[in-house]
Design a protein around this ligand. Structure first.
Ligand SMILES: NC(=O)c1ccc[n+]([C@@H]2O[C@H](COP(=O)([O-])OP(=O)(O)OC[C@H]3O[C@@H](n4cnc5c(N)ncnc54)[C@H](OP(=O)(O)O)[C@@H]3O)[C@@H](O)[C@H]2O)c1
Length: 267
């Protein structure tokens, strides 16, 4: 993580974090509270967010607001924008998301569509609403979550990989537009990370980076780069896959995802 003293001046005083109750979003909450950011924590599980808020306020003396929201609901982001109207948000971390694994025709179509709603539609709405506010301020940052599987198709996790391809392309597209208005957009493309993600997706994960590695790497890259692959594993796997033609990447990812699919899904 960068020790740039101007970081809070550029991206503070408050950060809104979606998916803050678990995994990567939670690691961002801790890392930003450590830097003195006031926080707005968003996820569905209010009790988990409240426990985290109490802990972070006590440890770091920051103000923490909790908003329980199911962001896959099309009404959720407009409501979130109203609820945060008076807050001085300089940084948006859009970490809420989930995946699935298995043969596409065997997966529940409602869950797959819900994934598109959360991973894509809510991200567009968040970036539009908060992008306007940040552009008006003339400064700020937006951190979005792509994935190692976001750079080509991935059989046995086809919808998830497509949502992450959407986010990668969307982030690359809005970054120069918002950059010209003083707002940095970063796409984070991790490899496997040890969080609640695999259990919900019904995936078996072997080696994995820690969520703290992802948060630290992303905050160090914010304002300096457009895409970051935090952690050794993401760099190694990303580099190896990039050597292959696109069709080869699809074959390799299919073999990997087929091996990882099959665990029972939670949540
Ligand atoms: N873990 C990995 O291997 C990995 C790799 C590449 C990219 N990513 C991406 O990184 C991001 C964070 O994933 P993670 O690993 O931290 O997963 P995680 O541990 O499962 O956390 C996901 C977070 O999203 C929230 N969430 C899920 N559904 C929601 C909904 N409908 N509305 C609001 N919040 C919701 C969850 O909270 P509630 O359950 O309380 O709602 C939780 O806080 C995701 O976009 C994921 O695609 C993860």
């Amino acid at each position: 993580m960068t020790k740039d003293d101007n970081f809070k001046g550029r991206f503070g005083p408050s950060a809104l974090i979606t998916g803050a109750s678990d995994g990567i979003g939670r690691a961002f909450a801790v890392a930003l509270a450590e830097r003195g950011f006031d926080l707005i924590l968003v996820a569905r599980r209010q009790d988990v967010l409240e426990t985290l808020a109490t802990d972070l306020s006590a440890r770091f003396g920051v103000e923490v607001q909790v908003i329980a929201s199911d962001l896959s609901d099309p009404a959720a982001v407009p409501a979130l924008l109203v609820e945060t109207d008076a807050a001085s948000v300089g940084l948006v971390i859009a970490a809420a998301g989930f995946g699935s694994a298995g043969a596409f025709l065997d997966l529940d179509p409602a869950t797959e569509a819900n994934m598109v709603d959360l991973n894509c539609r809510s991200v567009v709405a968040l970036c539009h609403g908060f992008g306007q506010r940040l552009a008006q301020q003339g400064r700020g940052g937006i951190v979005l979550f792509s994935s190692l599987v976001g750079f080509s198709g991935a059989p046995y996790s086809a919808t998830y990989a497509a949502t992450k391809g959407f986010v990668q392309s969307f982030a690359e597209g809005i970054a120069p537009e918002l950059g010209a208005r003083g707002v940095s957009v970063l796409s984070v493309a991790p490899g496997p990370v040890g969080t609640g993600f695999a259990a919900r997706a019904g995936m078996q994960m072997g080696q994995a980076a820690t969520p703290e590695t992802i948060a630290g790497g992303a905050l160090a890259a914010l304002g300096k780069r457009g895409t970051v692959r935090p952690g050794f594993l993401a760099k190694l796997l990303g580099w190896s896959l990039a050597m292959l033609p696109r069709a080869g990447r699809v074959r390799v990812l299919g073999a990997i995802m087929k091996g990882m699919a099959g665990a029972p899904s939670s949540r």
